[in-house]
Design a protein around this ligand. Structure first.
Ligand SMILES: Cc1cc2nc3c(=O)[nH]c(=O)nc-3n(C[C@H](O)[C@H](O)[C@H](O)COP(=O)(O)OP(=O)(O)OC[C@H]3O[C@@H](n4cnc5c(N)ncnc54)[C@H](O)[C@@H]3O)c2cc1C
Length: 480
């Protein structure tokens, strides 16, 4: 008989959270701490969603999305998770760039960028200060017609090199483009510029392990291998969730699954009004990624002067379409030194990431897909060899992931790495106006993306759920 992953679960909960990405786990933790009965359903055998890792023989542990996040993570983790988690967040000191326009190393904060822009790029102090102040002053309620390209043109007209310096890391960090509203750039850029780029010491496995412990302490019923198939709606409000064939009653659902999957696959468009359905259909997914994971032999080391994050490109100019092209010109390398996992076996690992289109990988035959993956690995090693000489002889393990891999493991439509484009935020926020008790929390709208954005969105939605549940009395149902 197959194992029942819902064995012992109650028949009803105050809240069912679908998905254990950072937003889902954070919402579940806050609601559990507040005393609600919370069920967290995760279809995968691991918690974390995109915040994940995998192990390979030889003591190698690869992180998928632990490349860097803003300093704000410390505050969010201290408040909504634990002091131990917050205390493990440490700065990345060396961010490097190498492209046909410039090569430089920076601590990636306002002070150092001001130094670079004035001394290396010849911009006046006043212009730099005005640009930073404008970016920092941006908020969600600003005029959304100004694009990032127009913002740059205003302060640095004709300066393709400066656009590249300012934009390349943010495009990497959240997939945003020069054509997106400038606020998607301003908010994320300012978050990083406040105190640079940070990481989690001990690796994603340690982080998610600590979060799991805290969820249990908060009384959350955590279930892996539980695929939520259906969200039930009666008379305009959420009543239950079906997972692994079992229907469980609930007063509220927080879906951390992809926004479109939540609306069209799990709930059904018949429960929403026409205009909402149309808006939801028009929400564009963000792009996906390819990654090449490289583990060096146990006694091989890379000097830390290589940097922690290294933005490389062979393209003469910065162009968004080039960043997504199958003909790869831009690669961002994350170098993981033995200090990344002080508790583990000392290892050096390198992960090369490139933004990618799902469509470029989805339609390939099995044979072409495997060949394309091998080509991705070969070309990445060729490129890396110029920075880490003799890489082929020094490596112990190499493999690649594509948009199809991300889709497979996270159930994200088209393997979207950062949820949806900007318009997804309004649709996500409007869900509970359409169906009472139905919420979405997860990477959406570029701003609410990445580790910090996802956690913070989980906080916002947990507060919304809390106010709903405080207002409406629990239904009269018997529970086990
Ligand atoms: C290659 C890559 C690199 C990245 N690098 C960084 C980085 O350096 N810094 C950064 O801040 N961010 C990075 N990100 C982005 C970041 O990882 C994500 O934005 C964030 O982790 C997403 O969290 P989320 O809460 O939206 O949920 P997700 O991580 O998308 O998780 C959703 C969860 O829901 C589960 N689920 C879906 N449907 C169901 C269902 N029907 N039933 C049950 N469970 C379901 C999935 O299995 C998954 O576990 C990267 C992403 C990728 C792909």
């Amino acid at each position: 008989m197959p194992k029942d992953f819902l064995a012992g679960a109650r028949d009803s909960y105050d809240v069912v959270v679908i998905g254990s990405g950072l937003a889902g786990m954070t919402a579940a933790n806050i609601l559990g701490r507040a005393g609600y009965q919370v069920l967290l359903l995760e279809q995968h055998y691991k918690l974390g969603g995109m915040a994940t890792w995998f192990k390979r023989p030889g003591g190698h542990i690869f992180d998928i999305s632990l490349h860097g996040f803003p300093h704000g993570m410390i505050k969010s983790c201290r408040r909504y998770w634990t002091q131990e988690i917050a205390d493990s967040i440490v700065p990345l000191r060396h961010i490097r760039f190498d492209n046909p326009m410039f090569s430089l190393t920076t601590s990636y904060d306002r002070e150092d960028f001001t130094r670079l822009l004035t001394t290396k790029f010849g911009v006046t102090q006043e212009t730099v200060a005005a640009f930073f102040d404008t970016a920092r002053g941006m908020n969600f309620y600003d005029d959304q017609r100004l694009t990032t390209r127009e913002l740059f043109q205003k302060f640095f007209p004709g300066r393709e090199d400066i656009i590249r310096l300012l934009m390349e890391p943010i495009t990497y960090a959240n997939g945003s483009t020069l054509e997106d509203p400038a606020i998607t750039y301003g908010i994320v850029f300012s978050n990083f510029m406040s105190k640079g780029v940070w990481t989690f010491e001990g690796g994603t496995d340690r982080l998610i392990g600590l979060m799991h412990d805290d969820l249990l302490k908060s009384g959350v019923d955590v279930r892996i291998k539980c695929d939520a198939e259906k969200i039930h709606v009666e008379n305009g409000r959420v009543t239950a969730v079906t997972a692994n064939g079992r229907t469980i009653k609930t007063r509220a659902v927080v879906s951390n699954s992809n926004l479109r999957a939540t609306i069209f696959r799990m709930t059904g468009e018949e429960h929403f009004d026409k205009k909402f359905v149309q808006d939801a259909r028009e929400v564009r997914l963000n792009n996906s990624s390819t990654q090449v994971y490289i583990a060096l032999k146990p006694d091989e080391r890379v000097d830390e002067s290589m940097g922690d994050l290294f933005f490389t490109s062979t393209a003469p100019l910065f162009r968004t379409d080039l960043l997504l092209s199958r003909d790869i010109t831009s690669r961002t390398y994350s170098f993981y030194y033995p200090r990344t996992r002080p508790q583990g076996r000392p290892r050096c690992l390198i992960v090369s990431s490139t933004n990618a289109n799902y469509a470029d990988w989805a339609g390939l035959s099995d044979e072409d897909y495997q060949a394309s993956k091998q080509d991705l690995i070969d070309k990445t090693l060729d490129h890396l060899d110029r920075y880490v000489p003799n890489i082929r002889e020094r490596l112990d393990h190499v493999e690649a992931a594509t948009p199809k891999t991300f889709q497979h493991y996270t159930a994200h439509v088209e393997g979207a790495s950062f949820g949806t484009k900007f318009e997804g935020l309004a649709v996500s926020r409007a869900l509970p106006e359409q169906v009472k008790g139905l919420y979405h929390a997860g990477s959406v709208g570029i701003i609410m993306s990445g580790w910090l954005g996802a956690i913070n969105y989980g906080v916002i939605v947990a507060n919304d759920v809390d106010s709903l549940l405080m207002k409406s009395p629990p239904p009269q149902v018997s529970s086990q």
